[in-house]
Design a protein around this ligand. Sequence first.
Ligand code: NAI
Ligand code: MG
Length: 329
Amino acid sequence: MYKIAVIPGDGIGKEVMEATLHVLEASNLEFDYTFADAGDETKEKTGVALPEETLDIVKKSQACLFGAAGESAADVIVKLRRELDLYANIRPVKSYKGTKCLFEDVDFVIVRENTEGLYIGREEYTDDGATAVRIITRKASERICRFAFEYAKTTQRNRVTGVHKANVLKKTDGIFKETFYKVAEDYADVETEDFYVDATAMYLVTMPLHFDVVVTTNLYGDILSDEGAGLVGGLGLIPSANIGDKQGLFEPVHGSAPDIAGKGIANPSAMILSAVMMLEYLGENDEARKLEKALTQVLSDGKVVTGDLGGSASTMEMASEVRAKFEGS
Ligand code: NAI
Ligand code: MG
C-alpha cells in the first residue's frame, strides 16, 4: 500500500486528476490517497494558497500527485518544491505516435534545478524599476548535475548536455558550468558537452534528436521544457517529476488552463504520464510500462482522444479508454 497525497488544485488540474485516479483504479497496486487543498480556490476560502495542513499531508506521504494551480502557482508549487527540497525537476520530452509532433522520435529529458536560480522570489522595486536576485550555489549545482548523470546512467542514456550562459553571467553560470564539468569527471563513460542557453533554444528545433539528457538552472529549464512541449504536440502531453531525497511530487507541466477549464475537454495524458513517473519512482517499473503502453495505444489509435489531439472525446472518455487498455494488459 502506497501512501499518496493528492492535490487536484484549480481549473483543469481537478479534471485531469479525476481522470488519472479513474485510470489508476485499474492498477494491481493499492494506493492510500489523502486529498489536500491548494491553489486559487483555497486562497479565496482560507486566505492562504498552500495551507500548513497540505504541507503536512505531503510530508507524511511517499509521493504526491499534483494537478495544477492558477494564479497562485508561485505560492503553491514553487513553495512546495522549496519546502520539501524537491531539488530535481525531470521533464521528459518524447514524441508519441498519433500526436501532432513537429518531429518523430524525439526522446530527451530536461533536468532542471528546482530550488534556486532566478525563482527564489527576491524581487524589489527601485526608484526606476525593479531588481531580481539570482542565486547559484556550488552545492545545488553539484547536486543537480550529479542527479542528471546518475539519471543518464540508470536510464541508459549516453549524453549529458549542460546548459548555461557563462559568457555573460560569468560568476553565476560560470560556477554552474565549472561544477558540471567537475561532476562529469566521475562519469567517464557518458558523453559530456555544454551549450549556451540561447543556442540550445535553436538546437532544440534544428536538431532535437541530438539531445538525451539536458541539465540546467531553474529559469532556463522552465523555458526550454515548454519549448520541448511545443516540439512534441503541446502541453497536454508533458509530465514532470519533482524529486528530493525523501519524496517525489508528480505533476503535468501545464497549468490550470482557464480558457478550457470546466468544459471537460482537457487532455489527461500529461497527468497520466505523471502517474507513470510516480510508479517508476516507487520502483513499480512493470506497472509503469503497462500504463504508458495503454496510453500510447490510445494516442496512436487516435479515435478516443481530446480536441487538442484532433479528436472529440471528453477528458473522462479518453481516460476510460486508457483504463480499459490498462485493465486488459
Ligand atoms: P496553461 O498550461 O494553463 O495553458 C496554456 C495553453 O495550453 C492554453 O491554451 C491551454 O488551454 C492549453 N493546455 C494546457 N494544458 C492542456 C491540456 N491538458 N489539454 C489541452 N490543452 C491544454 O498555461 P497558462 O495559460 O500560461 O496559465 C494558466 C494558469 O495556470 C495561470 O494562472 C498560471 O499561473 C497557472 N500555471 C500553473 C502551473 C502549475 O500549477 N504548475 C504551471 C503553469 C501555469
Ligand atoms: Mg513552466
